[in-house]
Design a protein. Structure first.
Length: 238
């Protein structure tokens, strides 16, 4: 293999590797924070559920910031861990330039709407954030009409499509599951997919498409440029 060709292959590989590692950093740190909080609760025998979102009560406003960080038990957190990490990595890998904005807007919007429109109870857990991420990744790929992002949408549907039943109260196996968080998270992701459609990755234009556009601009309708010569013949009438 020629040296120049070797360099040409290695450089894209190194770039993709750095991009993937960067996409792991924030989701991993965020998930680690959730586990540290839960383990601290267990070690010090404290329950921080009172910091969750309690709708339409002043005491529940703190939950807008803290509820995604809190979980009822280890099982609750373990269930949320894998999708939170996977969807977070997808967001930061494919939507690097807008990832932080999307993440924290879903975080805040879903929490605010839960405070305004959920049942009277303390709502805790990162499931609203998970639904928001899944919703954004699915609808954004569909809206942008980009091959890679559309494929990502299909992956999200294939892996996490069954989550949609979590937004309906009658389909939840346990009565204490916050289906409102799921619903508002999904709506947040949908709205942000439309809001950020002109930001971040855009559909790639291929050479043949650009050539066609240039031809259309340089060669307008021929009928507009055809000169018309009007010929008339003078006739003598008797």
């Amino acid at each position: 293999m020629r040296p120049a060709l070797t360099v040409a292959i290695i450089k894209p590989m190194n770039l993709e590797k750095r991009k993937f590692i960067h996409s792991l950093v924030f989701p991993f740190i965020f998930l680690l924070l959730l586990w540290l909080i839960k383990l601290s609760e267990i070690i010090f025998s404290v329950d921080l559920a009172f910091l969750g979102t309690y709708p339409l009560k002043a005491k529940g406003l703190t939950g807008i910031l803290f509820s995604p960080l809190l979980h009822g038990d280890i099982s609750h957190l373990a269930t949320n861990s894998a999708p939170l990490l996977v969807l977070g990595v997808m967001l930061f890998y494919f939507y690097r330039k807008i990832a932080y904005q999307v993440f924290f807007l879903i975080y805040l919007l879903s929490g605010i709407w839960v405070w305004f429109g959920a049942r009277e109870a303390f709502h805790i857990g990162a499931s609203g954030l998970i639904y928001g991420l899944a919703s954004f990744l699915f609808f954004s790929g569909w809206i942008r009409k980009d091959v890679r992002l559309s494929a990502l949408s299909l992956v999200v549907v294939f892996v996490y499509g069954s989550m949609v039943w979590g937004i309906f109260p009658n389909f939840n196996p346990k009565p204490n599951i916050s289906w409102e968080s799921h619903l508002y998270g999904l709506i947040s992701g949908l709205l942000l997919a439309f809001y950020f459609k002109k930001y971040g990755p855009q559909p790639k234009k291929y050479t043949w498409e650009e050539e066609e556009e240039e031809e259309e601009k340089s060669d307008p309708d021929e009928s507009e440029n055809i000169p018309f010569n009007y010929h008339y013949k003078k006739t003598n009438h008797p």
